[in-house]
Structure formats: structure tokens, C-alpha cells
Design a protein around this ligand. Structure first.
Ligand code: SF4
Ligand code: SF4
Length: 172
């Protein structure tokens, strides 16, 4: 029996672990335009990301294979982020000394463009504050989730994977 990977035991995957499984987009590509990165390391029977991609950028020979993105074919439409039931797709775009991270967001309240939010890392710990630059509300999303783009310091590009929206009940 093969050994259970460390990221499954921990419940989250580090960037170092992820990029042993899929290629990391080059800095040049990350600066050119948003690029989709699947953080989906388990071989599960699932393929809506591949089906929704308008450019055929996501390869997955069978639904049990891992999704691999051809970063040159990705046009940054975010449909894979919207539709992934595992909330496993993100988009990253380097802009100057910031990175814009596009992520699924299922909690309430959904933030609005321009809001300042708390940035949370892969473990859910606060690591700073960032600004929301784009929101696709749930009713306009292809899937069942809103999609939020947040601007973060570039050094946190591979750490921030969700946000805490200020003004919710727990902040009262
Ligand atoms: S962002 Fe759009 S083009 Fe890029 S991989 Fe996802 S669905 Fe395909
Ligand atoms: S839709 Fe999401 S969970 Fe399913 S294979 Fe694609 S990335 Fe993985």
C-alpha cells in the first residue's frame, strides 16, 4: 500500500508540495495575465474544470487523473475557479509588487470591490490585509460559489488562499 502523502495527513498543501506535483507558472507568465493553477492533488473522479475550459487548457486524460493546465493556453477567464466543486482552482497574476489572487468564496457576507479584507494563509491564519479588486457574485457564477479577487503583497502570492471579510457577525 502506498504511503499517505503528508499534505493529506495535514489537510492542506504547501506551495513546495504542490509544485512537486504540477509545474509552477513562470514569473514571466504570471506577469503577463491571470493564470489558473489547480491545487487538486488527489486522483478523484471529477472533471468539470476540464469540461468548462473554453480554450482546452486543462488536460486530464481520464476523470481520475490530476488536472494539468497549459499555462500558455489559459486566458484567465476564471470559469474553472467558478465551477470547481472542490474549491481547488485559483488564479494568480503578478502586478508590480502585488499579486492578485482569484479564489472561490462561499461564506457570507460576500465582500464588495474596494473592501479591505483580512488575508488568511493555507492554515487559516491571518497574514495581513488586502484589497478586493473584483467580485463575481454567486448568482453570476457558473458554479455554486462567488469568486473574489484580492490584491496581496507579492511575497504572499502562494500563501494567501482565503480571506476574512470584516463586518460579519463575529466582528460585532
Ligand atoms: S481560467 Fe479559463 S482558460 Fe484558464 S484554465 Fe481556467 S477555464 Fe481554462
Ligand atoms: S473540478 Fe476541481 S476538484 Fe474536480 S478535478 Fe477539477 S480542480 Fe479537481
Amino acid at each position: 500500500m502506498s504511503e499517505i502523502p503528508e499534505y493529506l495527513k495535514k489537510g492542506y498543501i504547501t506551495p513546495e508540495e504542490l509544485f512537486k506535483i504540477i509545474p509552477k507558472p513562470s514569473d514571466e507568465r504570471l506577469r503577463a495575465r491571470p493564470v489558473a493553477v489547480p491545487e487538486c492533488p488527489q486522483e478523484i473522479p471529477c472533471a468539470p474544470c476540464r469540461e468548462v475550459c473554453p480554450t482546452g487548457a486543462i488536460s486530464m486524460p481520464t476523470p481520475n487523473d490530476l488536472p494539468i493546465v497549459d499555462y500558455e493556453k489559459c486566458v484567465g477567464c476564471s470559469l474553472c475557479v467558478q465551477i470547481c466543486p472542490g474549491l481547488a482552482f485559483f488564479m494568480v497574476h503578478y502586478v508590480g509588487d502585488k499579486a492578485r489572487i482569484t479564489m472561490p468564496y462561499e461564506l457570507l457576507p460576500v465582500p464588495e470591490r474596494g473592501d479591505e479584507v483580512v488575508l488568511l494563509n493555507r492554515v487559516g491564519e491571518p497574514v495581513g490585509k488586502g484589497k478586493v479588486t473584483l467580485v463575481i457574485p454567486r448568482e453570476k457564477s457558473m458554479g455554486d460559489t462567488a469568486v473574489v479577487t484580492v490584491e496581496v503583497p507579492i511575497e504572499l502570492a502562494w500563501e494567501v488562499r482565503t480571506i476574512h471579510v470584516l463586518g460579519g457577525e463575529e466582528d460585532d
